[in-house]
Design a binder for this molecule. Sequence first.
Ligand code: HEM
Ligand code: HEM
Length: 181
Amino acid sequence: AAAGDVSAGKQKSAACAACHAADGNSPSPDFPKLAGQNAGYIAKQLSDFKSGARENAIMAPIAQGLSEQDMLDLAAYFASQEVAAGAVAEDLIEAGRQLYRGGNAQSGVPACMACHGPNGKGIPSAKWPMLSSQYSKYTETQLHQFAKGNRANDPNSMMRDIAGRLSEAEIKAVSAYVSGL
Ligand code: HEM
Ligand code: HEM
């Protein structure tokens, strides 16, 4: 596969800045932070928004205008940015930490850490996303989307099964925990 070019990506990122900020640290929890996210994961999501495999009314028309090279360049640019620390919800992080690191044997939930890494950085080579420092609102929304089967752009991913086994309290706790990671 062709490589992305950071400076070309920076030029092209003006179209993203209104929602994701020029440096990828989105100003609002309604929009995910892209800074420091794994490049291969970003490029795949853009491609899936374009094909419609990942459904989102806002991102779909934006991705329509991107070539494969644009996606690689934008992914390289945002991946090269440093993510700003997320909020820490002290009352939730202990429960979140337990689920993230140990899973829930009773409900059959594996440790999130197994795929998203002990520090929440994901596995770049596998296109598995970083979760650390992300807005908890966005993480909660994605877990709900997986649980409902609305996010199914990666048919091989275990996320729908995993999210479907999480209680609402677990979703809140783990989303708070990874925000502080
Ligand atoms: C999600 C990239 C422009 C709003 C995403 C994601 C990526 C991305 C990679 C998925 C993040 C993840 O899975 O962690 C870009 C790029 C843009 C751009 C490269 C410019 C070319 C915009 C603009 C808006 C926007 C202008 C607002 C008008 C959103 C929203 C989501 C999102 C709401 C969450 C979608 C969901 O819940 O599934 N974007 N974006 N983006 N973006 Fe953008
Ligand atoms: C994606 C959370 C366990 C593999 C995601 C996303 C979230 C998440 C929020 C979307 C990230 C984004 O949009 O930026 C969790 C939590 C887990 C967990 C809270 C534990 C309860 C796992 C495990 C695996 C895994 C155990 C591997 C077996 C993946 C993969 C993706 C993903 C491959 C990207 C592909 C897709 O969209 O389905 N996860 N995860 N996760 N996760 Fe997990």
